[in-house]
Design a protein around this ligand. Structure first.
Ligand code: MG
Length: 162
């Protein structure tokens, strides 16, 4: 049998509200609104965590880190990614590559894409050449386009260690 691979998909949505810092991909990005949620509400790292868990049929972020658990109140979401990566490693798998898209009307994320990719690569323990971050607006329609929410999609490929 040839090399073994698994693919995982993640998606997340969070509301944008005044009075919260905007934490995205583990970075704090200057903006007049932030993402609302139990943790730091990092929509991108949540989508990435779900993609990682999904690849090995390990359920979803809500099962691993319930938003009813006070431990995750205000938690920095890089913890979720790091725990998922650690579990993948324990099971003998490693990240081959990750691609993701952030959907946001504002702020302009194109200037942050490189830094986001670098930070995500560090969290995944892979070279930055294996991580891609894309940014899309909502074309001024729907919750993203109206600036009410941000969404993120992520897809990850895992390979079995030889
Ligand atoms: Mg979330």
């Amino acid at each position: 049998m040839g090399p073994e691979y698994r693919v995982g998909l993640g998606h997340d949505t969070h509301r944008l509200v005044a009075g919260r810092p905007l934490v995205l991909g583990g970075l704090t990005i200057p903006h007049d609104k932030g993402l609302d949620g139990h943790s730091d509400a990092d929509v991108l790292l949540h989508a990435i965590t779900d993609a990682l868990l999904g690849a090995l049929a390990l359920g979803d972020i809500g099962e691993w880190f319930p938003n009813t658990d006070p431990r995750w109140q205000g938690a920095a979401s890089h913890i979720f990614v790091e725990e998922a990566v650690a579990e993948i490693g324990r099971r003998g798998w490693q990240v081959v590559n990750l691609d993701c898209t952030v959907h946001a009307e504002r702020p302009k994320l194109s200037i942050h894409k490189k830094e986001l990719a670098g930070n995500i690569a560090k969290l995944l323990g892979v070279d930055v050449s294996r991580v891609n971050v894309k940014a899309k607006t909502g074309e001024k329609v729907g919750p993203v386009g109206n600036g009410e929410a941000m969404m993120a999609d992520a897809v990850v490929l895992l390979g079995k260690r030889g």
